[in-house]
Design a protein around this ligand. Structure first.
Ligand code: ATP
Ligand code: MG
Length: 230
């Protein structure tokens, strides 16, 4: 089944591009053909892909397409691409491309850092997308909020619990799985090959991979129970 996932939030730096790349890599490693759509003028996803290619370390099964305006994004999404999954990365500002991406998505993923302002912005993004969908007589695609960059301080203190409470109160579907803050995620998105295919002898790699799979499992993105990390 072909799917379109969109990473959306109007808050900059929340991890959209990082998560888009991590999901693309994990899905591609399962043999799915993935189209990563870079709709952010910053071009982070394109930069990752180019750097990996220059290092001759480009993951297989992933194509990247760039859309520099919402018109280009609409046109791109209207084409049949022959990919199993399309993953859209948008800019971290309120921009029309967020609405175009949300309209095309089967699942909207809203990343947020642990913090009251970030959580509030994530909630506002979900509400704004729902309002636009209503005004256009459409039903908004299902969405899930995922906490990103969670560190030991967030886990020890009240911040994570407080944010999750705020989400639940606002009836925001927040995942219990989250992306931890990991140096390996940062390294990987700088253009180093495939996290999913790297030899898992290093603990930080296998933990990072397990982390990605936990989130994917809760999002219902895993095809099979196989591929348990080594
Ligand atoms: N889980 C994580 N662990 C460690 N570093 C992370 C993690 N998630 C994101 N980062 C780092 O945080 C920074 C911002 O992440 P990213 O560029 O993915 O966010 P973004 O939402 O796409 O930002 P923008 O809105 O500017 O497009 C990057 O330097 C990235 O490497
Ligand atoms: Mg980005």
């Amino acid at each position: 089944m072909s799917r379109t996932l969109a990473l959306i939030t109007a808050k900059g730096g929340s991890g959209k591009s990082t998560i888009a790349i991590l999901l693309a890599d994990a899905l591609a490693s399962e043999g799915r053909k993935v189209l990563l759509i870079d709709a952010d003028p910053q071009g982070s996803v394109s930069q990752w892909f180019k750097t990996a290619a220059a290092r001759r370390d480009r993951p297989t099964n992933i194509d990247v397409a760039r859309a520099t305006s919402e018109t280009e994004l609409s046109a791109l999404l209207g084409q049949v691409s022959g990919h199993d999954d399309r993953i859209i990365d948008v800019p971290g500002v309120a921009d029309k491309s967020l609405i175009v991406a949300a309209n095309a998505a089967d699942l909207i993923i809203i990343p947020a850092r642990v913090g009251a302002f970030d959580a509030a912005q994530a909630i506002r993004t979900a509400a704004a997308l729902a309002a636009v969908a209503r005004s256009q007589g459409r039903i908004m695609a299902p969405y899930r909020l995922v906490m990103n960059g969670v560190n030991i301080v967030d886990l020890r203190g009240v911040a994570l619990r407080e944010v999750q409470r705020l989400m639940i109160e606002s009836k925001i579907p927040v995942l219990s799985a989250y992306f931890a803050e990991r140096g390996i995620f940062k390294t990987f998105v700088s253009g180093f090959g495939s996290l999913a295919k790297t030899q898992a002898s290093v603990r930080s790699v296998s933990e990072a991979r397990r982390n990605v799979r936990e989130v994917m499992e809760e999002l219902g993105l895993l095809q099979s129970a196989s591929g348990a990390d080594s």
